[in-house]
Design a protein around this ligand. Structure first.
Ligand code: PEP
Length: 255
C-alpha cells in the first residue's frame, strides 16, 4: 500500500468556471514545493479541462466527481471513463451521498460505475459510503457500512496494482462544520478494513485499498485525525474552497 497520505478536494458545484480557474492557480502556487502526500483536486465536470491545463507541471492530480459506466452510446449528459482519462483525470468520486440523495443513485448504479472504472484500469475510484444520523442513533452503522461495501464491490476483480479508495463519510457530518470524533472514525475504518479483508483477503487490501475520512474536516479539527491507525487520508469539501485552508489541512495531516 502507498505510504503517503492522500488528500482529495471535492469542490462539488460550489464555484463558477472562473472561480475554479482562480482557485486552481492558487493551489498550484501553494503546493509548488509540497511532496509529502498525494493531493487530488476534483472540480465540476465542466471545469476539468481548464483545471488540467492549469495544474500541468505541478504535482497536483486531477479527479472527477462522477462518471458513467458505459464507454459510449446514447447516454445523454453522461461522461465516459476514457474521456476523463484522456483529459488527464486519474481519480473519480463514486457514490457520494449527495448523488445518492439528489440524483437517486442506487446500489446497482454505483456498482456498475465501480466495476467499469476498475475494469478500465484507467482511473482510481474513490468509493464513498457512510451512515445517516438515524442509522447511527439506532446502532446500525456497522451493518450499513458493510452492506454498502458489499453492494459497491462484490464480484469485482482487482488486477495488479489497481488502487481503490474507500471514503468513509458519515452523512450526518458532511457540510455541518463539525467532524465526528477521531476515535469514531478510527472505529468505522476498522470495520471497513475487516469487511474488505473478508471480501478480498488481507494481501489485496493492504496493497490495493486505502481508507480515508470525509466530513467537515477543517484546519482546526484536522489535528485529531493525524495519527489514527487506519487513516490513509481525507476527503475535504468546504475547506477545499479556500487554498490557504486546504493547504493547512494537507500540511497537518501529512506531518
Ligand atoms: C464531502 O461532501 O465529500 C465533504 C467531505 O464535505 P465537507 O468537508 O464540506 O463536509
Amino acid at each position: 500500500m502507498p505510504t503517503k497520505k492522500i488528500i482529495i478536494a471535492n469542490l462539488k458545484m460550489n464555484l463558477s468556471l472562473s472561480q475554479t480557474a482562480s482557485l486552481a492557480r492558487k493551489f498550484k502556487n501553494k503546493f509548488t514545493a509540497f511532496n509529502k502526500g498525494e493531493v487530488v483536486i476534483c472540480p465540476a465536470t465542466l471545469a476539468l479541462c481548464r483545471m488540467a491545463e492549469i495544474l500541468k507541471g505541478s504535482r497536483l492530480k486531477l479527479g472527477a466527481q462522477n462518471v458513467f459506466w458505459e464507454e459510449n452510446g446514447p447516454y445523454t449528459g453522461e461522461t465516459s471513463v476514457s474521456s476523463l482519462a484522456e483529459i488527464g483525470c486519474q481519480y473519480v468520486i463514486l457514490g457520494h451521498s449527495e448523488r445518492r440523495m439528489h440524483l437517486l443513485e442506487n446500489y446497482e448504479m454505483i456498482h456498475k460505475k465501480v466495476a467499469a472504472v476498475v475494469k478500465s484500469e484507467k482511473l482510481t475510484p474513490i468509493v464513498c459510503l457512510g451512515e445517516n444520523w438515524k442509522e447511527r442513533k439506532t446502532d446500525r452503522r456497522d451493518f450499513v457500512l458493510v452492506e454498502q461495501l458489499w453492494q459497491a464491490l462484490s464480484g469485482i476483480d482487482i488486477f495488479g496494482d489497481q488502487q481503490i479508495i474507500i471514503a468513509y463519510e458519515p452523512i450526518w457530518a458532511i457540510g455541518t462544520g463539525t467532524a465526528i470524533k477521531p476515535d469514531e472514525a478510527e472505529y468505522a475504518h476498522k470495520i471497513i478494513k475487516l469487511a474488505l479483508n473478508d471480501m478480498f483477503g488481507m494481501q489485496v487490501v493492504s496493497k490495493n485499498f486505502r481508507i480515508i475520512y470525509g466530513g467537515s474536516i477543517n484546519p482546526k479539527n484536522v489535528k485529531g485525525f493525524t495519527d489514527l491507525e487506519n487513516m490513509d487520508g481525507l476527503l475535504v469539501g468546504g475547506a477545499s474552497l479556500k487554498a490557504e485552508e486546504f493547504y493547512k489541512v494537507v500540511k497537518e495531516i501529512t506531518k
